[in-house]
Every structure is written in C-alpha cells, then in structure tokens.
Design a protein around this ligand. Sequence first.
Ligand code: SF4
Length: 342
Amino acid sequence: ARNINSSQKFIICNADEGDPGAYSDRYLLEKQPLLVLFGMLASAYIVGANSAILYIRAEYPEAINSIQKSISELNSFIATLDFDFKYKIISAQGAYICGEETALINSIEGQRPEVRVRPPFPTEQGLFNKPTVVNNVETLASIYTILNKGGNYYRQIGTEKSKGTKLISLDSSFNTPGIYEVEMGTALQTVLDNCGNGFKHKIKALHIGGPLGGIVPIEKVADLTLDFESFSKQGFLLGHASVVGIPDNFPMINYLQHLFQFASYESCGKCFPCRLGTKRGEELLSNAINKHEKIDKELFKDLLNTLEQGSLCAHGGGIPLPIKNALKYFYDELKVYFIKLT
Ligand code: SF4
C-alpha cells in the first residue's frame, strides 16, 4: 500500500471481535484505547493514508465510547501535525464473517458482506478500490512498544516465528477467568495453571482459537507451548487465543453439531462448498443425534475435505479442523454415530 500512488488510502482496525470466548479486543479498546489509536496513526503516517476506520462490533458500546473519547483527546494533538488525518468509527452489526477483511470492507461500503476473490488484495484495491491496510486490534496496539523500545527489544520476546506477547482469554470454566498477557513460547500448562488456577469442574477438552480453532484434549495440553508453530505442528490453531472449556459431561457430538450450525448460519454464501457443506454437516449431525441416523464415515470425510480444499475463505476452510480433532481424540465417544468408522 505504501508504494502505490493514490490520493486516498485507508487504515482499518478490525475490531469486529466475534469468536465466542474472545474478548482481548474489547479489553484493549476499553482499557488501552490510545495504544490502538496510536498504532493506527503511525501506520497511516507510514503508508500515507489519511483516513483511519475503526470497525467495532455494536455489542461493545463501552469500547465505542472509550475510543470516541480518546479520539477527541487526540484530535487536538493531530491538529498540530502537518498531516491531514481523521478517525471514523463504524458500529458493526454482528455478522461473524465481517471479521474477514474483504467482507468487512464490503460492509463498510454498504454492500452485502460477502468475501471478495483475491487478488487484487485490499492493500492494492480495498475500500472503494483504494489501497487499504486492515489489521487487528492487538497488532495495532503493539506498534507503540515496537517504536518506543525498538525492533530488537521486541524480537527478543517470544519464539523464532512468534514474536512478542499474546493476550489470552480464559472462559468461566477456569477458577480465575479473565484476560492475560503471556510471552509467546510459554508452556500452555504453565499458562493454564498460573493464570487460570485450574478448572471449576472437570473439563475434557479446550477449544482454543475460536470456533474455527482446534479442539485440544486435556492430555495434549502438556505438548503445547503458546505460539503459532507449536499449535500448527500438533494439528491445532492458536488463532485469537480464546480458551473455552468443554465440560466432561457435555456430549462431543452436540458440540460438533453446534459448530456446524454456527458455521452454516454465519456463512456468507459466496461459495458452494461452504454454503452447502456447512448446512449438510449440520443436518448429518442433527439427524444422528435426533433420529439416530448413522453417518457414513467416507461421506463425512469427503464433506470435510471438500470444505477444507474448496472454500474461498478460512470460514468454510477452517471448520473441518475442530471436527477432525474431535474425531481423532474422541473416537470412542463418537463412533456410535458413524458407520465404517474404524
Ligand atoms: S468459505 Fe463460506 S464464508 Fe468464506 S466465502 Fe465461501 S461461503 Fe463465504
């Protein structure tokens, strides 16, 4: 975006935090608004953008108020700079897919929030076909520390490929739920023990990284460190680092049915594999639960592979991951619903 010659460019802060169990964006917007706004200002200056848009979900009214108040404070400072720049807040209306950057851009333009085919990428042709840089809240909030303390300082924190710290959101299944900042590379068990202080009730798995993240059985926690490469190597996904406990007595089949229902409801409908596949997955699991219809293992495998390989974006492409994790680690519990499941 920086190298493209354009009279108008945009910086967008994607604050449409929609992953159940994730509230790190909310924390930063409410408690550290100036960090986020500074990150946008610095990005805009570097890229040559004159407009910064915060796309904040409407269910976060306190975050919107906090950001609005801080913008008012910052505006007098910005007026002293030789830099034509303004902030704008957009109150997002709740579609999960608007967390995807091109659907988000369509939504701002007043269009149906469908995912766009890339290329062209938003940095070339984004909002109103102008160069647009979309970043998440946590990334923008980290810019101040990097500029203030230097790249070398930041590079020393974390692992080879996952630099810095990560905000993790622990849900109410922990004794001390909340939001915690943890250095990348920390053992997951240490994080759960030191931050969460154990569980209120027996948990059989953790769903980490939102609905499209991995389902981590409790016995695998010891093999993981809190960084992208460790999660990827073990077949999971760190994502937004929300941690949701799945109770020991909650049937995994119902959990998977709920995931497919969520994916189907929130699908933007642009591509067939996701539009039809998530609905079909929901039907198969619902019928297995309610009508005792067995699911053909090969058919189900085909469905997951089609979703994974044929979907246009990470929504349809990502939903097979937790389903596959559950089939791998909770085989004994799920096999009664399948035929030919060996
Ligand atoms: S995968 Fe789903 S959400 Fe993504 S473009 Fe296709 S239909 Fe839309």
